[in-house]
Design a protein around this ligand. Structure first.
Ligand code: DHB
Ligand code: FE
Length: 303
C-alpha cells in the first residue's frame, strides 16, 4: 500500500536556481539561503526517509499554461516533464520522471471523490517545480525520485480557497492510501512566502505573518484553512497567495503534524524564503467526501 510519509514546504525563488546553476550557492548573499536546506538534503536521501515518489504541488508561471487555458488544479500523468525555457534557455537540470500509474490512480480517485482535476499528459515545467527539486537534491545527474506535478492556479484571479486546498490534500491522502503498490510518497507544497514583485509595494516582506503561517502548519490547528485571499494580498503581497499551495500539503498529512526541520531567511531577490519538513503524527486517512455526504451515485462509484 502506498502511504504519505512526510510533507515539505519550500519557496521556489528563481534566482536560487540561477545561483545553483552558476556555482554561486556559496556566495555570501546566497549561502544562508542554501544552508537552511543542508539538513533536508541529508535526511531526504537517507534510506529510511527517501521517498519513491513526490507529489509536487506547484504553480506554473505562464510556461505551460497561459491566458488560453487556466486550470485551477491539474495533475501531470505523463512519463516525463522537460524543464521549460523561461527566457534564458531551459535550466540545465535533469528531465523530471513522472509516475503515470500513481498519477492516473490519483486523478481517478480525485474525480470520483468530487475534485474534478484537469489531466495533463504533456507539459514543460518551470522554476515553480525545478527550484524546489534543486533545493532538496542539489546537483544530480538524475532526480532520485519520480515526481507527480500538481499544478495550481495562483497566478490569475480567482485562485482556489485555502479551505478547498486543504480538502484537496485530504482527498490526495485518500487516493494515495488506496494505491496497492508499496510506495513511500511525499507531498510538497511550494511557492511563497511573502512577496510582491511589482507595483508600489514591490519588495514587501512580512516576517511575523510568514512565521505565524509556518507555526500554523504544525499541530492540530486548522485556522489556516480560513485565511481569506484578501489577507494574503494585504499582509504578504500580491504573490504571497502562492502559500495556499502549502495547505494542500498540510491537508494531506491528516489530523496533526510535527516539524522535523524549519528554515526562514529574508530576503532572497524580493522574496521571503521559507522551508519546513513535516511528519504526520496521526496517519489516519480522513473519510471520503462522497461516502460522508456526497450524492448516492458518487457513493456507489467510490465504494
Ligand atoms: C520571484 C519569486 C517568485 O515566486 C517568482 O515566481 C518569480 C520571481 C522573485 O523573488 O524574484
Ligand atoms: Fe512564483
Amino acid at each position: 500500500m502506498a502511504r504519505i510519509t512526510h510533507g515539505i514546504g519550500c519557496s521556489h525563488i528563481p534566482v536560487l536556481g540561477y545561483a545553483h546553476d552558476h556555482g554561486k550557492d556559496g556566495d555570501d548573499y546566497f549561502k544562508p539561503a542554501f544552508a537552511g536546506f543542508d539538513w533536508t538534503r541529508e535526511w531526504i536521501t537517507a534510506p529510511d526517509s527517501r521517498p519513491d515518489v513526490v507529489i509536487l504541488v506547484y504553480n506554473d508561471h505562464a510556461s505551460a499554461f497561459d491566458m488560453k487555458v487556466i486550470p485551477t488544479f491539474a495533475i501531470g500523468c505523463g512519463e516525463s516533464f522537460t524543464p521549460a525555457d523561461e527566457g534564458f534557455g531551459p535550466r540545465p537540470v535533469p528531465v523530471v520522471e513522472g509516475h503515470p500509474d500513481l498519477a492516473w490512480h490519483i486523478a481517478q480517485s480525485l474525480v470520483l471523490d468530487e475534485f474534478d482535476t484537469t489531466i495533463i499528459n504533456e507539459m514543460e515545467v518551470d522554476h515553480g517545480l525545478t527550484v524546489p527539486l534543486t533545493m532538496m537534491f542539489g546537483d544530480v545527474e538524475k532526480w532520485p525520485v519520480k515526481v507527480i506535478p500538481l499544478a495550481v492556479n495562483v497566478v490569475t484571479y480567482p485562485p482556489p480557497s485555502g479551505n478547498r486546498c486543504w480538502a484537496l490534500g485530504e482527498a490526495i491522502s485518500r487516493a494515495v492510501s488506496s494505491f496497492p503498490q508499496d510506495l513511500k510518497v511525499q507531498i510538497w507544497g511550494t511557492g511563497g512566502m511573502s512577496h510582491q514583485l511589482q507595483g508600489p509595494r514591490a519588495g514587501l516582506i512580512n516576517k511575523e505573518w510568514d512565521n505565524r503561517f509556518l507555526d500554523g502548519l504544525t499541530g492540530e490547528g486548522q485556522d489556516l484553512r480560513h485565511v481569506p485571499h484578501i489577507e494574503y494580498l494585504r499582509e504578504t503581497g500580491s504573490e504571497g497567495i502562492e502559500m495556499v499551495m502549502w495547505l494542500i500539503m498540510r491537508g494531506a498529512l491528516g489530523k496533526s503534524t510535527r516539524a522535523l526541520h524549519r528554515h526562514y531567511h529574508v530576503p532572497v531577490s524580493n522574496t521571503a524564503l521559507g522551508h519546513i519538513v513535516l511528519e504526520p503524527v496521526d496517519p489516519t486517512v480522513p473519510p471520503s467526501r462522497t461516502l460522508e455526504g456526497g450524492s448516492p451515485i458518487a457513493q456507489k462509484m467510490i465504494a
